[in-house]
Design a protein around this ligand. Structure first.
Ligand code: GUN
Ligand code: FE
Length: 499
């Protein structure tokens, strides 16, 4: 079992049991001692099902459990665009690529078929909690919420509010936007809860971005948000320089003498910047915006794949972490060209390295995250507990701890052929060297400096650490054998589809 503790630490339990009860919550995690033999060579997942029977899953060497990955920002109706229109910057890309595709989701039949496939795809990428933007359409977005619920994925689902600077074929009337949003929220809140009474799917207010909403609509959204402080909010912020310039121009009337309005200031003016707000991108924030975001306790969705792909820039994640701002990861499909948080981890690492390489000033504080590569533990944390904080669900998800929900992935990095009871499954990922086969080498790279052998327990821990690193940097869907949300097996390479 590998599970994050904080931004700098995670725990690796080589020989352990997880007990998951019928309500999907983790009842116990036991680290076995050597005297518990003969079980010491394996980790166990043990699930007590509704008949009180034990369903047991043994994990062999090369397999391990991690908490489910959390995608704090993606656009469900942009999945058909994956890999298309990749040479644009943001504003031209929206006009030429995004809006024409999203407009298709007016057709509820098409949307339903597409969302079934899309949600399955996201689950199989290991995302157990996903913050989805829908299109602007109420009815299609209802289907998205119902489909996530049907598959048992934990999700936030919102329809875009957009009543200006959008093409005539893809824009809503101001007076429809909030009423349609309210209908969607009502529908989502009526979906049945999970076995511990908590929802799987949460509604989320989704003003597309400051440019696409009129003042009148922003005022209505402000009043509505004020009336429901528990309602989460997601939007985009400071992704691209041309976008930032346009926001400042549109909202210049909010500037005060000597104090020009900022992008974050616009959202704050309309009461949309609060502890349950998720801000995607945050690439070009100014000092006073960072301070304001910290003060309001809003969270950031770091979307490095998209930020590179649309030539938006690199968010200064290390600096945000130093300031104590909440940060998680987002795939931002279709700005990002991969629906996988594993891929996002890899790009978050590269982004931090490029920031470090190009930043002339390094903090003298050795504990600072700014202008340095992100550590393995920090990247793992961003993809799990960091995302949970951004979603304000840290009490429930993000790590494998007693009392939390069993949202988890059975990872398999063995590079060997194997069989399940039903079918041959060969998720062979040739980029990961043959763990568990006769060419097994390389997992003991962290020998002690003094050359002395470490004890067996320590050796197993080091092997697990090495496996996590392999997964994070070379892993993909092929390595995700089973995906669980609240104790329910919902996806992964070994899952047999439900039709
Ligand atoms: N800003 C406004 N809409 C979008 C969108 O769909 N994707 C991204 N990346 N940025 C946006
Ligand atoms: Fe986005």
């Amino acid at each position: 079992i590998i599970s994050p503790i904080d931004k700098l630490h995670y725990k690796s339990l080589p020989n352990a049991f997880v007990y998951v009860a019928d309500d999907g919550l983790i009842k116990a995690i036991h680290q076995l001692t050597p005297t518990d033999a003969p079980m010491t060579e394996e980790a166990f997942l043990r699930k007590v099902d509704h008949r009180g029977e034990l369903e047991k899953l043994h994990l062999a060497k090369g397999e391990f459990l991690i908490p489910g990955l959390i995608d704090t920002h993606t656009h469900a109706p942009q999945f058909p665009n994956l890999g298309a229109g990749q040479e644009y910057e943001l504003l031209q890309w929206l006009d030429n690529v995004v809006f024409p595709m999203e407009a298709n989701f007016k057709d509820v039949d098409f949307a339903t078929k597409a969302y079934n496939r899309i949600v399955e795809r996201v689950i199989d990428a290991g995302t157990t909690t996903c913050c989805y933007y829908g299109s602007l359409h109420r009815d299609a977005t209802k289907e998205l919420a119902k489909i996530a619920h049907k598959f048992g994925q934990r999700a936030f689902v919102g329809k875009c509010n957009m009543d200006r600077k959008s093409p005539p074929y893809y824009i809503e009337r101001t007076e429809e936007s909030v009423p349609h949003t309210k209908e969607l929220i009502k529908c989502i809140r009526e979906l049945s809860p999970s076995k511990d009474g908590s929802p799987y799917v949460y509604p989320i207010l989704t003003p597309r971005f400051a440019i696409s909403t009129t003042d009148k609509l922003l005022e209505e959204l402000r009043d509505f948000a004020d009336s429901d402080p528990t309602l989460a909010i997601q939007t985009h912020i400071s992704e691209n320089p041309a976008e930032v310039a346009e926001v400042k121009e549109l909202f210049d009337y909010l500037s005060k003498p000597g104090n020009p309005i900022t992008y974050a200031g616009v959202y704050d003016h309309f009461h949309l910047l609060r502890g349950n707000t998720i801000l995607a991108h945050a690439v070009h924030l100014e000092e006073k915006e960072l301070k304001l975001i910290k003060e309001r306790e809003a969270g950031i969705s770091h979307c490095p794949t998209s930020n590179f792909n649309l030539t938006s820039g690199m968010a200064k994640v290390g600096d945000m972490l130093d300031r104590g701002i909440k940060v998680g990861l987002g795939t931002d499909v279709g700005g990002g060209f991969a629906p996988s948080i594993l891929r996002t981890i890899q790009d978050a690492s590269i982004a931090a390295k490029v920031v470090a390489l190009t930043s002339p000033i390094k903090s003298p504080d050795p504990d600072s995250f700014a202008s340095k590569p992100l550590k393995i533990a920090t990247l793992f944390w961003l993809a799990t507990l960091g995302g949970a904080q951004v979603c304000n669900l840290e009490h429930k998800i993000g790590s494998l701890e007693v009392g939390k929900s069993f949202d988890a992935i059975v990872v398999d990095i063995r590079n060997t052929h194997r069989h399940s009871h039903h079918q041959e499954v060969s998720p062979l990922n040739p980029n990961i060297w043959g763990v568990g086969d006769d060419l097994e080498l390389g997992l003991d790279i962290r020998r002690r400096n003094d050359g002395e052998d470490v004890d067996d327990e320590e050796k197993l821990k080091q092997e697990l650490d090495a496996m996590l690193e392999r997964l994070m940097f070379c892993g993909d869907d092929r390595n995700l054998r089973r995906v669980y949300v609240q104790g329910r097996w919902i996806g992964g390479t070994e899952h047999r589809r439900r039709d």
